[in-house]
Design a protein around this ligand. Sequence first.
Ligand code: MOS
Length: 738
Amino acid sequence: MTYIGTPTSRIDGRAKVTGAAKYAAEYNTQGLAHAAVVTSSIAKGRIKHIDASEALRVAGVLAVLTHENRPRMAKSDDAYKDEVAPEGSPFRPLYDDKILFNNQPIALVVAEEWEIARFAASLVRVDYDEKAHVTDLHRRRTDAVALKSGETMLSPPKPRGDAERAFGAAKVRHEAEYYVPIEHHNPMELFASTVVYERDGKLTIYDKTQGVQNVQRYVANVFEMKADDVRVVGPYMGGGFGSGLRPQYQAVLAGLAARALKRSVRLVLRRQQMYQLGYRPAMLQRIQLGATAAGTLEAITHDAVTVTSQYEDFYRQETGWSGLLYKCANAKYIHKLAKLDLATSCDMRCPSAAPGSFALESAMDELAVALKLDPLELRLRCYSDRDQNAGKPYSSKKLRECYQQGAQAFGWERRSSEPRSMREGSELVGWGMATGVWDAWQMAITVRIVLSANGHAEVACGCSDIGTGTHTIMAQVAADMLGLPLEAITIKLGDSGLPASPVEGGSWMAASVANGIATTAEAVRKELLRIAKRMPNSPLHDTAADDVALADGKLVSKRDPSRAVSITDAMRHGGVERIEQEEETSFPEYAERAHNTHSAVFAEVKVDEELGVIRVTRVVNAVAAGRILNTKTATSQIMGAVVWGIGMALHEETLIDHAFGRIMNANIAEYHVPVNADVHDIKVIFVEEPDATINPLGIKGVGEIGIVGVAAAIANAVYHATGKRVRELPITLDKLQG
Ligand code: MOS
């Protein structure tokens, strides 16, 4: 294969850096009006009265929409349930007078200019009937509701053995509580929708989303329109990280305004408003680990309380990773939901595994200390070749190789075991490590390929490229499967009119769409062979479909490469201008095998002994994720995820003023993320992991695995440097004092 597995630069890179690639807020159309959102200043209650008169007097204001004067919206909850909606009753923007969370959209000002809309929005006066709210997880801890075990893929797994008894009887025990605060995605691109009101009332929505077809169905349902009358377009995205999996409220509000005014409308959310679109739920976790003196596990319990809204139950399998990863006969999980007066929490890069593994991998480090064992050695003694929850072997698992190659690249064998035993000038040096694990999912997908007689192919799928490089890997796979140069491939994606695709998330898109392209390319090859066989004296006249490949623009016999027909010749002879094939690819459930990606993360920190300032000077992340389609873009995924892991460990925390139930640091000046000066040496290793059964191309996906384990590796390194164990993220310098 020419392109698969190579460090191919992004095919859309030039379009992106020159500004030719357009994002949702950049589409223009005649007579475009601009909207601005008015949000609530209370967390719970009802709107008594909205006075828009002053706003309406501003020259250039076209309308102020509220729940009282908006166009019709669907009544049933079902209409608001998108493809990835959790259980519950989804939030409906501008639907009624209910206030469910602070900073909730309650009115929309539409004007000729954006500045006018935004100014007028500040003049809308609102009276409320306020009710008491609770936004503090600690206050809801005791009345949090436990999820049932083993119900769905997302419920906590069923317990095995008797974890309580085994923990009580264990020679060496560790028990502690860990905390991950609410965190936000903060993608660079603001959420935006440009709604073009077509002459016949149809809508074309340029939207920032991880799933154009998900938004299309949702908007059509909410407005009680035919799906065909709504087209959603979004081929580029300035970062989503899960915040764009569900349709966001700006699409509904811009659509309402367009329908009210019969005019095209653009709505761009402000950064502050994006903090109400969803967040990584805060998570209180209690872990118990019981071990033998030899460093094998006897018991694992993992209890978690996570945050959701009053109206929807968002949760992921936060606790299940603990019992999955290591060999242990007894495991038990309890997962409770704390319902707060906040917007519903949502997926954020490696939901469940990133926060869940922080607790588990910190606890494993503490257990290693208790056992006086090297933390890497402890992981090796607890290594499991089977999925411990499901009791199944893996389709592939090269975690051992991750440990070996990561440790070697890092120089782990030079680590001195005692805390505070390594220093450099005024800084204490610490080395920590952790394991990462994530799912290797794949979803049914449809791909269309149109091959032209001039040797050019267009590959189309309604998937998204959330910035990960989907355009590029699709072109690589298509070029290899069709035997064409990369330049001969055009990718069409991010348009709801294209063949059916799931949302882009869960790290499933690379495996899904690549195998989808392979399936459709095979149909193209078969059709080409049928045509080639009709040529006079065809060298392939007796060649079976499975014995022919596409390479270098030719159909070639695999048995005898001298027998070949060029694609162009075959199509010209056959009088065929284009071959069009569209195939759905689904992935059988591998009932007998588990499939996961894994990683081993090694981190070095240097801590100023007097000030407590932490620098993450080195990170090595060794990843096993099946076949890597593009070593360049995949490395970028892991590097970016490691940077985020640094943020999770040291910087990120959404702070709520519980008196008002309002997020205080809803901006990227006060919500801290790593900047250049925080990021030093990051080394990414991809371990060879052939996988013959997971899917025909052996792909697993790398979008999320890179963040898992990073925060724990850093926290463990901080302990090794300072002798101080911080179990509450982020590890700010005040937590190292005293
Ligand atoms: Mo990802 S958190 O599924 O976009």
